[in-house]
Design a protein around this ligand. Structure first.
Ligand SMILES: [Cu+2]
Length: 354
């Protein structure tokens, strides 16, 4: 069931984008009908997507925007397929089963600094630098617990958003982003059962280690106090990293609708479906009787539902500043596993353009 919903989200965001591309055909409809459509308003509060969506809008020539996002997520419990499993049910004594250590939960916090600049009306350049903080708690077969933590900069993203078309109240663009391997993939930590400092498993590393291409297509529309959008975005790993592996490719489709409650305030609902692959290759320094060290069980798919609020200051010293928050929970997840599933995600952001 979950798989068919995931496929329909991916398909719908693709179909909406493809349809939007055919918008020229709308010129065939009567001028009267056309006149009822107002031009897309780039300044209204819901002209920006829910804050959890990246690369959602273009800027006009010579405009720049600075943004800051704080993102937090909590992962728990463990899943095998779409079933929750207890850590204890997966643990066994050495020699009698694969896992003597199981993750209990994981917290990720990210500070994301973004810069956008439009050299023309057709192209907006975008740059993003994440600073990441990760913590994971574990249970051992002996019944003891221990925690590992990593922090530092993640992978620097850069590229362009290229206008496809803009027709009355509907517009679309291509996302052509790259991710540079600036995040560390050599993070270590003291692992109590090993009794020493070792390289930490894949989910605790800060970057992919590879150059990644992140292509996508985004579509936005407005009508009256309602607005909507969709985005299809993928990650393609270009080669292998220095430790002889590549994280799985991924694809995310998302669709949202927003309601403008006033000039300052809008609220949104968003559905997102993601599918990502297993790790290709393996880091020989990442070992251990723990599922996070097995490259072949890291893939999965998930459907998330988000609720968001956008606020745009209309007066005073903060006029033109945007604040937004979005929080979400999975509706469904199917993980190769045993692997920690998502519990909740949240993004708070600030944006200002000049
Ligand atoms: Cu912007």
């Amino acid at each position: 069931m979950g798989k068919s919903i995931l496929l329909s989200i991916l398909f719908t965001s693709l179909a909406l984008n493809a349809n939007a591309g055919d918008y020229d055909a709308a010129k065939a409809i009567s001028v009267d009908e056309y006149d009822t459509l107002e031009a897309f308003d780039h300044k209204r509060v819901d002209a920006h997507a829910p804050i959890g969506v990246m690369g959602d809008h273009l800027h006009h020539k010579s405009e720049a925007m600075l943004s800051y996002r704080y993102m937090a997520m909590d992962m728990r419990p463990n899943y095998v397929g779409s079933d929750e499993v207890t850590p204890r049910s997966q643990l066994s004594r050495p020699g009698t089963g694969p896992y003597q250590i199981m993750p209990l939960d994981m917290q990720t916090e990210m500070h994301m600094i973004g810069l956008m600049y439009a050299p023309s009306d057709e192209v907006t350049l975008a740059f993003m630098l994440p600073i990441i903080d990760k913590t994971m708690d574990h249970l051992t077969a002996m019944g003891t617990q221990f925690t590992t933590a990593t922090n530092g900069i993640g992978d620097f993203k850069f590229g362009g958003l290229v206008k496809l078309y803009e027709q009355e109240n509907v517009k679309g663009h291509l996302n052509l982003m790259m991710s540079a391997p600036t995040g560390s993939i050599e993070e270590t930590g003291f692992v109590a059962p090993a009794g020493r400092v070792i390289r930490l498993p894949y989910p605790m590393q800060l970057g992919s280690g590879t150059w990644d291409f992140r292509p996508g297509v985004t579509f936005l529309g407005q009508k009256g106090d309602f607005s909507w959008g969709s985005q299809l975005l993928g990650t393609v790993r270009l080669g292998e990293n220095t430790e002889d592996y590549a994280l799985g490719n991924d694809i995310t489709g998302t669709i949202w609708g927003a309601l403008r409650l006033s000039d300052s305030l809008s609220t949104s609902l968003r559905l997102s479906g993601t599918s990502w692959g297993d790790i290709d290759g393996r880091d020989l320094r990442i070992m251990g009787p723990v599922p996070t060290a097995d490259p072949a069980i890291q893939g999965g798919e998930r459907i998330d539902l988000f609720y968001g609020v956008n606020y745009l200051f209309q007066n005073g010293a903060l006029k033109g500043h945007r604040l937004a928050v979005e929080a979400g929970k999975p509706l469904y997840q199917d993980l190769d596993g045993p692997r920690l599933g998502m519990d909740w995600m949240m993004t708070v952001g600030w944006q200002k353009s000049w």
